[in-house]
Each structure stands twice: as C-alpha cells, then as structure tokens.
Design a protein around this ligand. Structure first.
Ligand code: NDP
Length: 523
C-alpha cells in the first residue's frame, strides 16, 4: 500500500502579490526561450516518431506567432500505436495498483516543480490569463494525486462488498479492460488531457492520447512529464493528429476497448454512434465515456444578495472568455430585481480589461478562427433576437496585433427559446433572460437539452431545496459562481446532452475503466 497523507486539493497562487506576478513573468520568459518554437513528435512504444506533415499551434492573441508544432499522425501511426499499446497492456495490467499509482505521484511532483512553466505555456498557446492557467495546472496536479489514491480502493480480491454464503468463498475483483483512446479538447488542455489519460492508466489500461490540434504543445509537455515519471513504453502513446482522421480511425477500430472523450456535443454524439457499430473481429461492446457541452444557467431571485450574484455572474460568464463547458451563458433573473441585477452586471462586465493572456488581461482572444467566426455569427443572430446591452463587436485585433478578440457581450430580455439562449456559443456572449417569478425561472433553467452546471442565487431555503432536486444539472452551485469544480470536492460531469455523467474527479471515476469479475470457490 502507498504510505502517503490524505488527498488535499492544491491551493491557488495569489496574483495580487507582486512577487507571484514577477515569478509568472519570469516563467513566461523561460518558456519563450525554451519551449516556444519546439516541435513534439509522436511517441509510439516509447520512441519519438516524426511525420512528413506537422500541425502548427498559433498564438490566439497574436496570430502572426506560431507557438510550436507537433507531428501529425496518420492512420498507419494510429495502427502502430494500437498494436504497441496492446503489447504493453500484457505486462502493465499485472503491475500492482500502488506501483502504478507511484508513477502518478512522481508525475505530480514533477508538474508541481514546473507549475509556472505549464501555466506560461498555456498563456501563450491558448491565451489563458495567470489565474485561469494556475487553477488549471492545480487541477491537473489534483487529478494525479486523487486518482493515485482512489486506485487503492479497487485493489485485490474482495475490493467490493459481497454477502457471505455458507461453504463458499465469494468475492469481486476489479480488472483493467485493455486499450482505449482518449480524445481531449483545447479549453483545458493540461488538466482534462492529463486527467483523461491518468485515470485509465492507473486503473491498469493503456491509452492512446489524441490532444486537440490547438493545444499540442502543452499536451506534449505533460506527456513528457508522465514518461519522465516512469511510465513503461507503450502504456501511453502520444498521437497528435486530426480528429476526423486518426480520431475517427481509432474510435471505429475493432481493437479499441474504450473511448474517453471530452468535447462538443456534435463530435461526441458522432463518436457514440460509430463506436456502437460492431466491426468484424470485434470482441466487445466499447465503453464510451462522454463529457460534452453545456448551456449553463444561473438564476437570481428577489431574495438574493445582489453583490454576491453579480460577482458570481461576472466570474462564471467571462472566466477564460466563456470558453468553459461550465461557463454561465444564461443569466435568468426574476423580474422584480431584473433592472438592478442586470444594470450592475453590465457595469461590472464593462470594466473587464481585454488583452493578452501574457499581460494577464481579464478577457483574452478566443482560441481559433473557427471559434471567432462562430461567435461573431451568434452575435449577429443575437442582435436580431434580443437587446444588445454590452459589447457586440469582434475587433479581431488588440494593441496593434491581429488576434481572435471578441468584446464581452451581453444581450438582455432574451426570449428563453431564442437560439442564443439555447445553443452553445462557447465565447464571451451572455443571454440574460427575464423570469416572471421563481417558478418561471426554474422552468427556464430546465429548458435546454444540456445539463452540465447550473446555479441559484437566493436566500430562500425552500427554493434552494427545490432546486437541489429539480434543477437538471450535473453540478449545481448555490450563491457562488458555477465554474471552478475542484477534484474530489465537486466531482464533475453533466446530465442529458452534456454527457454520460461519469463524474471526473469523483470517487468512482476509475470504475469507468475497469470490469468486475465475481469468483466463487466451493470448499
Ligand atoms: P471538439 O468536439 O471540436 O473537439 C474535441 C476533440 O475531438 C479534439 O481533439 C478533436 O480533434 C476531436 N475530434 C474531432 N472530430 C473527431 C472525430 N470525428 N472523431 C474523433 N475525434 C474527433 O471540441 P473542442 O475542442 O472545440 O472543445 C470545446 C467543446 O468541448 C465544447 O463543446 C465544450 O463544452 C466541451 N467541453 C466539455 C467539457 C465537459 O467536461 N463536459 C469540458 C471541456 C470542454 P481536432 O482538434 O483535430 O479537431
């Protein structure tokens, strides 16, 4: 067994302290000198393999800058990765859970030592400001620490309870299931990428990790940390490539045992469909774990503390430019306090500073051209559907540099069934919806097909209890922002079209990557 202290989440760095800001800026310099411009090849069976074509990562805050590149895997590479991973599985599955967990703990120690470098790299590669990057790296460390410990509970024969029966020994054991593919998004390119591969690996499986195209460098950085921590060759295959090519090849492949995917609803549902189709020679029903989008609402009623509600709304809406599956994109306000809440919300949001992640702006550029175009299109739709209260422009430049800049944008009196109130925009564009009263507000909150996060700002105990049961959201928050789930504290995952509710960072997450065997011996 591991001899370690209980799990405690990492604390966050306080960037109101000048020395912490100075340390961050020093890390930016170091990353610019040592990591920017770097190329990460594929890693197959522990060997770095380069490809004829490569994928370039662009700085969203200054699109003239290529941050670095990764190799671009072909389907041949994907096949080699799959074959090699199955070979590695034969020995990896026999490692004890504590031996596997030690690798995660070592990786955690390495990442802690390079915490600010990981943060700085994300500031440059995806435009995170200091606090957003820091909470993400803290989350990545937490995943490693938490999954290392939870692996212990699945260890050995009899790990889950069964009832005693005369004359027999009966017991359950958890077994790893094989080789899976982990496909991750760009918006939490360190924490989600790492969490989604560390969990199946510590459970005894081998993983082919396909990061998002926009964030290959940070994925390469943390992959190196996992290998430096001692993962045997082939247990983790690093396979940057194009989703529609290698992603599609692997999710449909007969030898893929499980798929863990975080990304958009459209791609997730497509994967669910193709994975369900049994291929010739396929021996199993693939396990599919999906974490998809959201259209997350927060209700403010007439009993709420307005200051608390407005702070929660600004933080939940505009943190990382609204590019979070958990972001508050619908603010639902009861009529009697609508003017007051919305007035303060618009005023506070209007003070947010737009700029680069490296300059620690509140709102930075959105990740890529496709997002920029999509958000611009929704702002246009919003202008026809509702009243523009703030922003509404997509300048596409800041401080003389081209970048995917979108103004923080708020629409008021948005009809609950408007497209901007129903479809995931994934940017700094908020719909404020007026509700007649509390019951109407709760109805509106439940009108979307998603069910990821939600929130209520209220001092009415009966309403909070009603929402506890009736608000359809996998993660529900009262009287605070609706983003920022902490590993082990707020296990994360959504209902309905937001996913399979598999609760990353929760006590049973590793069971998604295991199968149970019951063994009986009659004496
Ligand atoms: P996408 O769905 O566009 O991409 C996610 C990943 O899927 C990428 O690695 C992408 O590769 C890959 N991919 C694309 N097409 C295929 C395919 N046919 N087969 C296999 N893989 C494929 O999402 P984004 O990266 O744009 O991320 C944003 C989305 O993620 C939002 O909808 C957000 O809500 C959701 N999300 C959900 C979370 C949750 O916990 N519920 C958390 C974070 C984000 P490539 O990069 O090459 O296109």
């Amino acid at each position: 067994m591991l001899k370690i202290q209980e799990y405690r989440p990492e604390s966050f760095i306080d960037f109101t302290q000048a020395d912490n800001v100075a340390a961050y800026q020093a890390a930016l310099k170091k990353v610019r000198a040592e990591l920017v411009g770097k190329h990460y090849p594929l890693i197959i069976d522990g060997v770095r393999v380069d490809t004829a074509e490569k994928l370039e990562s662009i700085n969203p805050c200054d699109t003239s800058e290529i941050v670095g590149s990764t190799a671009k895997a072909t389907v041949d590479d994907a096949q080699k990765a799959l074959d090699g991973a199955w070979k590695a599985f034969e020995s990896w599955k026999k490692w004890t859970p504590d031996a596997r967990a030690r690798i995660l703990l070592k990786a955690s120690a390495l990442l802690k030592a390079r915490r600010l470098e990981a943060c700085a790299l994300m500031s440059i590669e995806v435009g995170k400001n200091y606090a957003e990057a820091d909470v993400e790296v803290a989350e990545a460390i937490d995943f490693l620490e938490y999954y290392a410990r939870t692996a212990m509970k699945y260890s050995g024969f009899g790990a889950a309870d069964t009832t005693w029966y005369e004359g027999e020994e009966n017991g359950l054991m958890f077994m790893p299931i094989g080789v899976g593919v982990s496909i991750s998004p760009w918006n939490f390119p360190c924490a989600i990428y790492l969490g989604m591969l560390a969990a199946p690996i510590v459970a005894g499986n081998c993983v082919i990790a396909k990061p998002a195209e926009d964030s290959g460098l940070i994925a390469g950085f943390v992959t190196d940390i996992m290998l430096e921590a001692g993962l045997p060759a082939g247990v983790l295959q690093f396979l940057p490539g194009v989703g529609e090519e290698v992603g599609e090849y692997l999710t449909t492949h007969a030898k893929t045992r499980f798929i863990t995917f975080t990304g958009s609803r459209g791609v997730g549902l497509h994967i669910n469909e193709v994975a369900a189709k049994v291929q010739p020679t396929q021996k199993w029903i693939k396990k599919v774990i999906l974490e998809l989008g959201g259209k997350d609402g927060m209700i403010v009623d007439e009993t709420a503390d307005i200051e608390t509600a407005v702070t929660a709304a600004v933080q939940g809406a505009f943190g990382f430019n609204g590019q979070k599956c958990s972001a508050m994109s619908r603010l639902i306000v009861v009529d009697s306090v609508y003017e007051e809440v919305v007035g303060q919300f618009v005023e506070r949001a209007g003070k947010l500073r737009v700029g680069t992640g490296e300059d620690n702006a509140n709102v930075t550029a959105v990740v890529n051209e496709e997002s920029f175009e999509k958000i611009g299109k929704y702002i246009g739709i919003g202008k026809g559907e509702a009243k523009l209260l703030l922003g509404g422009e997509t300048p596409g430049e800041h401080g003389g540099k081209r970048g995917y800049y979108v103004q923080p944008t708020i629409f008021g009196d948005v009809p609950a069934d408007a497209r901007i109130a129903q479809e995931e925009i994934f940017g700094p564009v908020i719909s404020v919806i007026r509700a007649r009263d509390w019951d109407h507000a709760l109805d509106i909150a439940n009108t979307t097909e998603y069910g990821l996060t939600g929130g209520v700002c209220s001092r009415d105990r009966a309403r909070l209890e009603q929402a506890r049961h009736e608000f359809e959201a996998g993660n529900l928050y009262f009287n605070r922002k609706i983003t920022g789930a902490i590993v082990g504290v707020q296990p994360f995952g959504g209902y309905n079209m937001s996913g399979t509710d598999s609760k990353a960072g929760g006590p049973d997450y590793l069971a998604n990557f295991m199968q149970l065997k019951t063994v009986t011996e009659r004496w």
